[in-house]
Design a protein around this ligand. Sequence first.
Ligand code: ATP
Length: 524
Amino acid sequence: MRGPEAARIFAAPMSQPNEIPLMEKIVSLCKRRGFIFQSSEIYGGINGFWDYGPLGAELRKNIRDCWWNDMVRRRDDIVGLESSIIMHPKVWEASGHVAGFNDPMVDCKVSKQRFRADQLFFAPIVVDEKIVSYVSALESEKTAEELQEKAETFKRKKAIQGKLAAVQPRDFTEAREDEIPLIPSPATGEPGSLTPPRAFNMMLQTYVGALRDDSAVAYLRPETAQGMFADFKAILDTGRVKIPFGIAQVGKSFRNEITPRNFIFRSREFEQMEMEYFISDEEDWAKWHRYWIDWCREWLISAGIPAAQLSEYNHPKEKLSHYSKGTTDLMFAFPFGVQELWGIAARGNFDLLQHAKFSGVPLEYFDDANKRRYVPHVIEPAVGVDRIMLAILCSAYCEDELADEKGKMETRVVLRFAPRIAPIKVAVFPLLKNKPELVEKAKAVRELLRPHMNSFYDDAGGIGRRYRRQDEIGTPFCVTIDFETLGEKGPELKDTVTLRYRDDARQERVKIGDLVGILLPQVQ
Ligand code: ATP
């Protein structure tokens, strides 16, 4: 859910002073190892769009598959859906997106830059209880400090005597009309060029068919949720579903974000995993709301996100839309601040009523047992695949000290992905690549594992370097085929391999025949 929550941005965890910021390390690792590339990079890139390379594609597929399995396949009360990205334009009138899916936008008339008003912070500089000027800064993990520093610099440069008060940051949507001309543009540092905030509709438009007039305008969906409401009747008529039940969908959504930023956190094209859970209008909605908040939280933990990095944010009643009964965001401590990861909203029966009104088709449920017809209420957990991926990458990134083959301590970079999320589950190495028997055996072991899990064969470079390469991309297990495997160190070790664990670099000898049985339960 949208809405400026200034308090959220001032708590930022992680990286030590003088260290390369964690986000920079993650972005560079993602590029170097083929997780995430800037879209159309050879043309200079396009802002707000990302490509997922070989490892990124695997990681996203695992996130989607785990969510789908847990949300749909393992439950009896939830069914899946894949609705089209472009829907009848009336869908977006009914949902309120045409009139109200807006972000407040501010222009700087001098630099021609645009800002989201709720991400542009300002504060009066108050000396001896008198306002002497204003400072501004864009939202970051250090907005309050930045504003304070700017206020101190201003006072020093202008040689103003007196006591400077601590700055009280507000976002630009809260600026009074008389304050706007006094607030400096973050682009130029000078006041007088910022426009008052105005509504900017974030839906991306296109034309469907041969005509290019108003009758052909259509929208790329800004959320997947409306597909579930528009198909509610079709699913009721065909799906044998009984309330309470849910409809889940994974798919691309598009928003013309004013300021896409923080890597893949806010993009213009992204993927959502949403579920609409329909309950009786007489049911205790708060009970189900709590149930889904807890479910989502547990799911994130099972995907490798530490509980300590998660928190809950309840939207204040006065900021909720008129139909909403309650919205809670699961927040994650990203390196750039504590931000929304997963929104869980109790939306009442607003959406079904709106679509019934705009389409003329009643969207009701008939309760057979009580012979009662009603419009169900809904709880909606909505999350982005890209945002979960970023939270998983931030949680998994770790640098530790490990001894190399000669016992010398060295720093290694390791992604501690939960095995079920890791892009590659197991890497198989022959100890030496110039020994055909080792290579042949290693390839055979890889073929043995291939049907069960995503595996990788590597024979390039020293064994220590091969382990480090896998640590850096989060492969939880490595298997090395050595001379013991060939039976050269005694018959009792024949057909055994070294199984090496990523997290503690522990190694053990296991029989080739036991490998699938040992690994499969850990990666599923
Ligand atoms: P925000 O306040 O961060 O813009 P939102 O409240 O508008 O998000 P919702 O409409 O509730 O988001 O969308 C549900 C989920 O979809 C969000 O919790 C987030 O995980 C994801 N999401 C929304 N917008 C984006 C985006 N531009 N890029 C990536 N993921 C997004």
